[in-house]
Structures are given as structure tokens and as C-alpha cells.
Design a protein around this ligand. Structure first.
Ligand code: UFG
Length: 337
């Protein structure tokens, strides 16, 4: 019988792509989402892609009574927990909201899981837990720190999980530290929601390509990197989604938790990403250099070795595919509106 998974935040950007990957891998999946940062069209798009009716509960992950009712109704084998706030800048302005949602949400969920006897969890962590990296590539053993309330919630979230696992051996948790997820599903039906003015690089470039924003501001041209602009480990969101399937498989297979980076191991600069996107959309995209954004490290990319050893994970989609899939999604979703 196929295993049943609860996906919190399953209508969001990474959650929706992971939903597709889990269904394709033969899992039964139930989504919990409050649509705080997800589009209403996503469940329909997921049905179109997978051909499977979506089971979705619209609740907040802080709603313990709703969680208890869902756990009572479905015998879950594991939970994949995406539901959280994720904007670094916003977290500086509203730290308490981030603590409540990201930490309160995690604790509430784990309590509901324990009560229901579900002890397998995959947790969305972030390369933000490495703060400003001391050396590159970044292995999981690198020193941990935080540069903002968002990063703090991921670091403390990992700690809450570690202490809970130490106190009760029934828990098996996969902690996945994401680098920079970009791109979209090949169908063009799901992707990163393009509603607001984006903080992150790829969605900003996508808006410039679509003619909705005049030009990209490249934050800093004097970093100690080959072309002076920031370097990041961009990972295709479908590779990231596959990483969640492998993490669950490992939990079920080994009954042991793991903490791994999900990245490609390859860094690309802001200008390299802009160049690849220009190629994907067929025109040179305008940009200007502006001062560095405070708190940004010059470069960040993963040592992907442990994820390969423990999960058998290896990202397969390159920079070109990241950009063409994003551009396809932008066109499909613009055509839809
Ligand atoms: N950048 C620009 N112009 C923009 C936006 C970004 O030049 O308009 C640059 C940044 O300075 C940086 C690079 O593009 O050099 C990537 O920036 P993003 O905002 O896309 O991503 P970050 O690496 O800053 O942040 C991401 C996630 C965070 C996470 C962090 C951890 O968005 O949630 O990685 O490494 F905390």
C-alpha cells in the first residue's frame, strides 16, 4: 500500500513542486495550506499535471484543533513541513510573526504528530543557517549562525528538532538545507507566484524579462568573486522537490534522520544568471549596478557530497533549464491572467 504524506504549505512554490514529485513517486499526498503565500489556482494546476484529485485542507499550521482533526481522519506515515514565512527583509520588520509562524508552527505540528503517533518528518531548512560562510563549498559541519530573524527561526527550528529527537527515539527527521531554489515545472502550470515586487533575484529578473519592471539592480559589483557580483548555488525547484522524495525514502528505509544540504555544488554569479535568462527570453535584459545589499555574503554554494552519500541526491538540471522553465511559466501564467 502506498504511504500517505501530509504536506504543509503544499500549495506554495516549493511545496507544489514537491507535491508533483511525491505523486509521481507513488505517494498519497494530502495538502494543508492557509494560502497566505499561495495562489488559488494551484490545486487545479496540480490536478492538471498529475491527473489525481487534490485533497486539501485550508487551515493554519498553528491551528492545533484542525491538525488533530486531520490526523484523526488520515493515517499519515510522514509529514513534509513547508508552511512558514520566508522573506528575509520582512523578518527583520516583523520578527515576532516569524517566531510565531515558523517556530510556533513547528512545535504545534510536532505535538499533533506525536499525539497521532506519526514520527517521520521532513523539515524545510535553509542555507541561511550558515550565516556568512567562512569557507566554500559549505559542508553540513560548517559553523552555524544567523544574520536575521528568518535565519534564526530555521536555526532554532533545527535545534527544536534535535532536542525532540534526542528525547524520543521514535522520531526520524530529515532536515533539508536549501540553497537558492529557482525555475518552474516544465508544464508552465506552477512556479513562483509573480504577484508582488520580488526580493529574490530570479523572480525579479523574470519580471524585467516580462517588461513589468524596467531593469535589474545588481547589488554590488566589487565582491571578491570572478565578475565582482554575488555568487549563489541556484538549484532547480524540481531537483529540490526530488530531494524531498529521496529524504522520505531514506526515513522509511533506514528509520534514521539526516541533515543535508540541497544544492548543486556549483556557484553562478548574478551576471551569469542574468546572461542565461537573457538567452532564455531572447533579449539582453537591462541592469544597473547599485550598492551591496546589507548582510549579503559574497558567495554561497553547497558541498553536495553528504546528500549524495545519504540520500543518493544529485541535482541534474542546469542553469539553462532553470531559466527556460521560469520563462515558460511566466508566459503561461501571464497568458492565463
Ligand atoms: N540580487 C541582486 N538584485 C536583486 C536581488 C538579488 O543583485 O534584485 C543578488 C543578491 O545580492 C545576491 C543574489 O542576487 O547576491 C541572490 O539573492 P536572493 O535574494 O535571490 O537570494 P539570497 O541568497 O540572498 O537568499 C536566499 C533565500 C533566503 C535564504 C538565503 C540563504 O532567499 O531565504 O538564500 O542562503 F535565507
Amino acid at each position: 500500500m502506498s504511504k500517505r504524506i501530509l504536506l504543509t504549505g503544499g500549495a506554495g512554490y516549493i511545496g507544489s513542486h514537491t507535491y508533483v514529485a511525491l505523486i509521481e513517486a507513488g505517494y498519497e499526498v494530502v495538502i494543508l495550506d492557509n494560502f497566505a503565500n499561495a495562489a488559488r489556482r494551484v490545486p487545479g494546476a496540480l490536478e492538471q499535471i498529475t491527473g489525481v484529485p487534490v485533497t486539501l485542507f485550508e487551515h493554519d499550521v498553528l491551528d492545533r484543533a484542525a491538525l488533530d482533526a486531520i490526523f484523526a481522519e488520515h493515517a499519515f506515515d510522514a509529514v513534509v513541513h513547508f508552511a512558514a514565512l520566508k522573506a528575509v527583509g520582512e523578518s527583520v520588520e516583523k520578527p515576532l510573526e516569524y517566531m510565531q509562524c515558523n517556530l510556533g508552527g513547528l512545535v504545534t505540528l510536532m505535538q499533533a504528530m506525536a499525539q497521532a503517533g506519526v514520527f517521520n518528518l521532513v523539515f524545510s531548512s535553509s542555507a541561511a543557517v550558515y550565516g556568512v560562510p567562512e569557507s566554500l563549498p559549505i559542508p553540513e559541519t560548517a559553523p552555524l549562525s544567523h544574520a536575521n530573524p528568518y535565519g534564526y527561526t530555521k536555526l532554532v527550528g533545527e535545534e527544536i528538532i534535535a532536542q525532540t529527537c534526542a528525547s524520543d527515539p521514535r522520531w526520524s527527521v530529515g532536515v533539508l538545507r536549501y540553497f537558492n531554489p529557482v525555475g518552474a515545472h516544465t508544464s508552465g502550470l506552477i512556479g513562483e507566484d509573480p504577484k508582488d515586487i520580488p526580493n529574490n533575484l530570479m523572480p525579479y529578473i523574470a519580471k524585467v524579462a516580462a517588461g513589468e519592471l524596467p531593469q535589474l539592480s545588481v547589488f554590488g559589483d566589487d565582491y571578491a568573486t570572478p565578475d565582482g557580483t554575488g555568487v549563489r548555488d541556484f538549484i532547480h525547484v524540481c531537483d529540490l522537490a526530488d530531494g524531498h522524495v529521496l529524504s522520505l525514502n531514506a526515513l522509511f528505509r533506514d528509520g534514521l534522520g539526516h541533515t543535508v544540504n540541497l544544492g548543486t555544488g556549483q556557484g553562478y554569479s548574478v551576471l551569469e544568471l542574468l546572461g542565461a535568462y537573457s538567452k532564455a527570453c531572447g533579449r539582453d535584459l537591462p541592469f544597473q549596478f547599485t550598492p551591496r545589499r546589507p548582510g549579503d555574503p559574497a558567495a554561497s554554494y553547497a558541498d553536495p557530497g553528504l546528500a549524495k552519500d545519504v540520500l543518493g541526491f544529485k541535482a541534474t538540471r542546469g542553469l539553462e533549464e532553470m531559466c527556460t522553465s521560469s520563462w515558460h511559466w511566466i508566459n503561461t501564467c501571464a497568458a492565463d491572467n
